[in-house]
Design a protein around this ligand. Structure first.
Ligand code: 4NP
Length: 158
């Protein structure tokens, strides 16, 4: 399932249909632009409601608008049984992070998507699921604004 010798990154949100799939394709694109081919990148939700289903059409539409593709996305769940498949878990918000800690994942393997911004900002990518279309543009902008710094941080870890 995983390529050998790759650092395995998992972007994590609640449903794995809105934020983390978008984070996955944004960071994959930035890594590709930088020629960083030693990352295996996926996304997952802490909840099981959408497992096996496609990305939310609003997220897929936002990706398409930005030249990215979420057409093949299928939601998956992170669980205590599979959480060791990934080296780094990147949480979209504080609730996601708390859920990961509750699964027993060590704090040292968990990052927050927005932790590299000005520390006076709230470090959450807000859940756009119940809101309007602007929430998806806002989420996209937050992901783009943090992708380079996240990869810089990860590059310094190995
Ligand atoms: P996501 O958004 O965590 O960014 O994928 C959500 C998607 C679905 C639900 C909640 C949040 N839900 O309750 O089904």
């Amino acid at each position: 399932m995983f390529e050998k010798n790759k650092t395995r990154l998992l972007f994590v949100c609640l449903g794995n249909i809105c934020r983390s799939p978008l984070a996955e394709v944004v960071v994959k694109a930035v890594a590709a632009e930088r020629g960083l081919d030693h990352y295996h990148i996926e996304s997952a939700g802490t909840g099981d409601w959408h497992v096996g289903g496609p990305a939310d059409p609003r997220s897929a539409g936002k990706a398409k608008e930005k030249g990215l593709d979420l057409g093949r996305h299928r939601a998956q769940q992170i669980t205590p049984d599979n959480c060791n498949n990934w080296d780094w878990l990147i949480a979209m918000d504080a609730e996601n992070r708390a859920n990961l800690l509750r699964m027993g994942i060590p704090e040292s393997r968990i990052l927050m998507m927005r932790q590299f911004e000005d520390p006076t900002n709230i470090p959450d990518v807000p859940d756009p699921y119940y809101g309007g279309a602007h929430g998806f543009e806002d989420a996209y902008q937050m992901l783009v604004a943090n992708a380079e710094a996240l990869l810089d941080h990860l590059e310094q870890q190995s």
